[in-house]
Ligand binder design. Structure first.
Ligand SMILES: Cc1ncc(COP(=O)(O)O)c(C=O)c1O
Length: 491
């Protein structure tokens, strides 16, 4: 029921099925392509439409089932246990390793942090505010978890030549409030594996938990190892690793939302679970954040994993590595773009001394590519992210040619970097004291103007990124919150 401006209520008009889908199609005309290999972040295309077809069929068939209560939807319990069993084997866990299916990397990570916190609350009831120690390259989801669960995140610089966690520095950052260490396999920004065996050693020495974020690398790294690449051990074969997150909706090419969080043993996983009997309704026992949840993504994951099979994933991984090698070789003599560090997986970061990478990103859009801008932080310069996948290989020559053209165009049409005056101004602002008008001005200054309605992001985003790149992170975070607060307005 809609409420009209005069306060009366109005019913909305039903649309015919054809019109309705035509409208939805029209709405998404401005979206990035999810298939075809031209989108190098956010979506994962194996280059095999048959996987999509099979997974989506399972998604629809199980869409109505409710994983809220596995005792009345036992198929979902069985499917989840099989999916988790497969993940456990993939990550070399023994029979004590347990876990749960979640909606994504963020939820898996949040569950692991919650389990660590609740375990600490039980074992050390006097501990006031626990900390977790993590490299600056760890995914933002850990900070979100820290924020939600009132755990202090202690960020530690990384080695800026390898972009890997600096274990002695992490050891120095631990104190008697520390409950959890974090490492990535691989980190999103630079695609490298942290020294997990050394972190495991530290965890054992200090009696800490160690979570390995394998959200983006966990599924594919074992295949890269089998294909002859050197891959640092990162899974349950490493003493000291107590939990791992691994996404299926990334390089297992399952439909979103699909991930798993695994624990070394049920005693640790117990702290992830939530039960409530003290209310007037049905008894609640949840494995994850959600209570009611569709069985669709779970069934789709089971279907994709079993349809592709180990051999199929190995073949996709082989094509993926071939694409990575071709990109790195193709850029070796580039006068403009440099690969950051030595990528150990299929994620590549490109930086430049000669052109503004944010302009290159915009130019690539005009060639119908999406490559992702990453801001500078903690010694890691602003760069261009490429997530390479199964659909990438055939497109590499075109991508490389268009990168050259984009760099040339960026040279001729450069976005001026924020000048010293603007940088000084941005650093003088205290986000806590700014009001709505100041944020309107800041958003307009960043190129996200509005004519009274919701602000609109322009096609070219280099100007916005150039400003965000020099903002203190706290200010950038507030500006982003204000921006979302203005664009999510009911229509
Ligand atoms: C290393 C890593 N961890 C966690 C996440 C968060 O995953 P999600 O977006 O599924 O919540 C990502 C996402 O790219 C990631 O790359």
């Amino acid at each position: 029921m809609r409420v009209a401006h005069d306060g009366s209520s109005t019913a909305w008009t039903a649309l015919g099925e054809d019109e309705l889908f035509a409208r939805l199609e029209e709405y998404r005309s401005g979206d990035l392509d999810t298939k075809g290999g031209r989108t190098w972040a956010y979506v994962y295309d194996p280059g095999r439409p048959d996987i999509d077809r099979v997974a989506k069929r399972a998604l629809v068939e199980f869409y109505d089932e409710n994983a809220l209560d596995p005792t009345v939807f036992p198929s979902l319990l069985r499917i989840e246990n099989e999916v988790v069993g497969l993940a456990r084997e993939h990550l070399r866990g023994d029979e004590r390793v347990v876990g749960n299916f979640t909606t994504g990397g963020t939820e898996s990570i949040m569950m692991a942090v919650k389990a660590a916190r609740d375990r600490a609350r039980e074992l050390r009831p006097d501990l006031d505010r626990p900390t977790m120690v993590l490299p600056v390259t760890a995914h933002a989801a850990f900070h979100k978890a820290a924020h939600y669960f009132d755990v202090e995140a202690v960020s530690v610089p990384v080695d800026t030549s390898t972009w890997k966690a600096d274990v002695p520095l992490m050891a120095d950052a631990c104190d008697d409030r520390t409950i959890l260490l974090v490492g990535s396999a691989v980190s999103y920004a630079h695609g490298v594996v942290d020294p997990i065996p050394e972190l495991g050693q530290l965890a054992l020495e200090r009696e800490l938990l160690l979570h390995v974020d394998g959200c983006i690398g966990g599924f594919v790294l074992p295949y890269f190892r089998r294909l002859g690449r050197e891959v640092t051990d990162f899974d349950f074969s490493v003493p000291g690793v107590t939990s791992i997150s691994m996404d299926f909706h990334k390089y297992a090419y399952c439909p979103k939302s699909a991930s798993v969080v695994l624990y070394r043993d049920p005693e640790l996983r117990r702290h992830q679970l939530y039960a409530k009997a003290a209310w007037t309704g049905y008894t609640v026992i949840n494995t994850t954040f959600q209570s009611t949840k569709s069985g669709g993504a779970l069934a789709a994951t089971w279907a994709a994993l079993n349809y592709v099979g180990d051999r199929g994933y190995l073949e996709i991984a082989e094509r993926t590595l071939a694409a990575v090698d071709e990109i790195i070789a193709g850029l070796a003599d580039s006068p403009d773009l440099d690969v950051m560090g030595r990528p150990e997986s299929n994620l590549i970061a490109l930086t430049s001394d000669t052109v503004n990478v944010f302009d290159v990103v915009d130019e690539m859009r005009t060639h119908r590519w999406y490559v992702q801008p990453q801001l500078g932080f903690a010694g890691s310069r602003e760069n261009i992210h490429l997530s390479v996948g199964g659909a990438s290989l055939e497109l590499v020559p075109e991508l490389l040619a268009d990168l050259v053209a984009a760099c040339d165009a960026a040279r001729h049409r450069p976005t001026p970097p924020a000048d010293d005056e603007i940088v000084a101004l941005l650093h003088s602002l205290d986000p806590a004291t700014l009001g709505p008008e100041e944020f309107d001005l800041l958003l307009a200054g960043a190129g996200i103007g509005s004519d009274g309605g919701a602000p609109e992001v322009p096609d070219r985003t280099a100007g916005i990124n150039a400003i965000l790149n020099v903002c203190p992170p706290e200010l950038a975070e507030r500006v982003l919150v204000e921006f979302f607060n203005r664009i999510y307005v009911p229509e």
